[in-house]
Design a binder for this molecule. Structure first.
Ligand code: 3HC
Length: 311
C-alpha cells in the first residue's frame, strides 16, 4: 500500500514532472537511482581501460589523437555521473570505494579484452552503439540530474559510434588481412554487445519498478531488439557477417529474430569471473593508490586556504 506521500510522488512522476535532489522521494527510488547511476558511472570509468590499451599502438597520429579524446570523454561521463550520484546523498569516495572493493557492479562488456586494433572499431560501433540505444531514453528519465547529464553524454556517444564505424569501414575495405581482422572483432564483440542490454525481460528483476518510476522507459529486450534492428544493415553495408546463424528478418514482427544469448557466460562475467574482471579492478586500485599523494596534497592545500581565510 502506498502512503499519501508516495501516492503524491507517483502522481508527479505520472505527470512527467522531474524529481530534483531536494524533493522528497521514496527510499526505494533513491536506492534504485544510486544503484543504477553508480553502476553507470563505474562503467564509464572502467570502460576507459580496454580502449586506452590501444592509445600507444594506434596506427596513425590522427587515430591516436581521436582515441585519446574519446577515452577522455569517457572520463568526463564518469565525472558527470559520479556528481549525479552525490546529489542522492552518498559521498563520491564511498561510491568509488565500492567499485574498488569489487562490491559494486559495472557493465559486463568492459571485462573482455581488446586483442587487435579492429577491437577499437568494434567497440565504438557496437558497444557505444548499444550504449546510445540505452541512454537516449534516459535523457527523459524522471530524475533531473541524471536526465540532464545524459543529454551531453549521448551527443558525445554518437560521435564515438561514428568513429568506431569509420574504423570498421576502413578496415573492411582494406587488405584481406584487414578485412579478416574486422570480421574477427565483430565475431568476438557481437554477443557480449547484445547481452550488455541486461537479462531477458522475465529475468530482469528491477525493470517493472524502474519503469513505474520512469527511470527506465523501455525493457532490456526492447532496447536489445532496437539495437539489433539498426545494426544488421550497417554490418551488411560493411560487408561483414554477424556471427548468428539464426539472425533473420521476421516480416510478421517487423524485427530481426536472433539466436540464444549465452546467459551463463553473461552472469559469470557479472559475478566477476569474466576474462578481464581482475585486471580491470587491479588497474583501478593501482590508479587510486598511486594518486593518494595527490589527494593528500590537495587536501593539505585546501586546509591551508581555509586557515588563511579565517585569519
Ligand atoms: N553488466 C553488469 N550487470 C548488469 C548488466 C550488465 N550489462 N545488465 C544488468 N546487470 C545487472 C543489474 O545491474 C542488476 O543487478 P543489481 O540488481 O545487483 O543492480 C541485475 O543485472 C538485473 O538486471 P535488471 O535488468 O533488473 O537491472 P536494471 O533494471 O538496472 O537494468 C541496465 C540494467 C539496462 C544496464 C540499466 O541499469 C541501465 O540502463 N543502466 C544505465 C546505463 C548503463 O549503466 N550502461 C552501462 C554501459 S555505459 C557505456 O557503455 C559507456 C560507453 O561510453 C562505452
Amino acid at each position: 500500500e502506498m502512503s499519501p506521500q508516495e501516492r503524491a510522488f507517483q502522481e508527479r512522476i505520472n505527470a512527467s514532472i522531474k524529481v530534483e535532489p531536494k524533493d522528497w522521494m521514496p527510499e526505494g527510488y533513491r536506492k534504485t537511482l544510486i544503484r543504477q547511476i553508480s553502476q553507470h558511472a563505474h562503467s564509464e570509468y572502467v570502460g576507459m581501460l580496454p580502449e586506452a590499451n590501444w592509445i600507444t599502438r594506434a596506427p596513425t597520429l590522427q587515430r591516436k589523437a581521436i582515441l585519446m579524446a574519446k577515452v577522455q570523454d569517457e572520463a568526463g561521463h564518469g565525472l558527470y555521473l559520479y556528481s549525479a550520484v552525490e546529489t542522492l546523498g552518498v559521498t563520491r569516495d564511498q561510491t568509488y570505494l565500492d567499485l574498488l572493493s569489487g562490491k559494486a557492479k559495472y557493465s559486463s562488456i568492459f571485462n573482455y579484452p581488446t586483442l587487435t586494433w579492429a577491437d577499437i572499431g568494434a567497440i565504438g560501433w557496437l558497444v557505444d552503439g548499444s550504449a546510445i540505444v540505452n541512454q537516449v531514453p534516459i535523457c527523459r528519465c524522471s530524475y533531473g540530474p541524471y536526465a540532464r547529464a545524459m543529454v551531453r553524454v549521448c551527443k558525445e556517444e554518437s560521435f564515438h559510434q561514428r568513429q568506431g564505424f569509420e574504423i570498421m569501414h576502413t578496415l573492411s575495405r582494406g587488405t584481406a588481412a584487414q578485412k579478416a581482422m574486422a570480421q574477427d572483432a565483430l565475431n568476438r564483440w557481437w554477443w557480449p554487445s547484445i547481452a550488455m542490454h541486461g537479462p531477458a525481460d522475465d529475468q530482469s528483476v528491477n525493470s517493472a519498478q524502474s519503469m513505474a518510476w520512469k527511470i527506465k522507459s523501455q525493457t532490456n529486450d526492447a532496447l536489445r531488439q532496437k539495437f539489433i534492428d539498426q545494426t544488421v544493415p550497417q554490418a551488411e553495408f560493411l560487408g561483414l557477417t554477424i556471427p548468428d546463424p539464426d539472425l533473420k528478418w521476421n516480416e510478421e514482427r517487423g524485427h530481426y529474430d536472433y539466436g540464444q544469448i549465452d546467459w551463463e557466460d553473461f552472469f559469470n562475467v557479472v559475478r566477476g569471473k569474466g576474462p578481464c574482471n581482475q585486471e580491470r579492478l587491479a588497474a583501478r586500485n593501482k590508479a587510486w593508490n598511486e594518486g593518494a599523494w595527490f589527494r593528500e596534497a590537495m587536501q593539505a592545500y585546501a586546509d591551508q586556504q581555509e586557515q588563511t581565510e579565517e585569519l
